[in-house]
Write a new protein. Sequence first.
Length: 397
Amino acid sequence: MTLLGMSPAPFPVPPPVPPSAPTGLPALPGDPDSPVRVGTEGLLAAVPVLIGFRPRDSLVMIATGGPHGRRVGLTLRVDLPPPDDPELVAALCESAAAALCRDDPEGAAVLVVGGGEPGGDRPPAPGEPEWPPRADVAGAATLALLEREIGVHTVAWAAEIAAGAPWRCYPLHDCGCAGTLPDPAASVLAATAVARGAVVRDSREELAKVVEPAGPAEPFGPTGWSGPTEPGGPAGPAEVIRPTEPNGPAGLSAGSADAADGEAEAGDPRRLLREALADAAAGRLVVERRLAGAMAAALRRPWFRDEALAACNGDAAPEAEQLWAALARTSPGADAATPAALLAVSALLRGDGALANVALDRALGADPEHRLAHSLRAALDGGWGPREIRAWLEGAR
């Protein structure tokens, strides 16, 4: 059998999932026996919850597995490539499929968001169903997964992820599934996620504002989940990084240790950290110039950097994440790199790759040579998720 209209495509295609067929989404923290079940339109509407923001003109690939093969694991999003560059389309889909396979999925969903109007890039022949846009991307992504022996159970498109937006399956085996999306914000998954502290942003640009440089003396609220999660778990090879390695990834290069001793007086750094975390817990965290300077000086000390990394995985992890986000925004110059990298650690611990990516962009923008940021980028690209990051942190103790 072939995937109609996607040439060349001599590969078997499993039947698509109709809108009524449930797809299991991961049980939320503290509720392991209560999965949320959705059909194709529900899976499309759930994408903002899965990646942390509402995507536009994107390819989204979702790994599925578990006892019934439909538990959501790793979710990847990439910008749609230009339609006039088939080599780039193929390379991007190959790279995305390779990354998704590090999660060892049993199946996968290929979703395209935006990209034009239905039938715009492939007008249907007489008697043929109308094709959604960017069939080239959907076909290349499906082929890349099937070549890796990953079954693709859902290949669908939505004009946008918004209430009433049209969606349809790519016509595999004469599939005519189509409809309009429910309100993503009104879904059971979204309501449960928000109740547990999730923040879903309207765009990646809005997400990037979490670490956008700002002046001191600003109050800060939560950056994402208010507690840790444990998704199905991306896994894969990456450089092993340990906080205590001399001159290694934890030699966080926001400045030299020698320079730290002569800079802003931090008093007792442990007490400073405890007080800042307590302020975050009470909703009164305000990072003014003195606190930002004292924390910058403290974070140049290797032993305190280890304390900060431990806080990312401790009882006050949500408060630590707020603090790192605040410092990433308010710290000047290269001093922003270390808190931004710590924010990436916090985000990765709860499976928020989107926030981790923007945090690492901020860290490397502040200090292009920052060791921890580079190592975390390698780990993220290698498919590390909460399990791997947590094992790294706990193994360094």
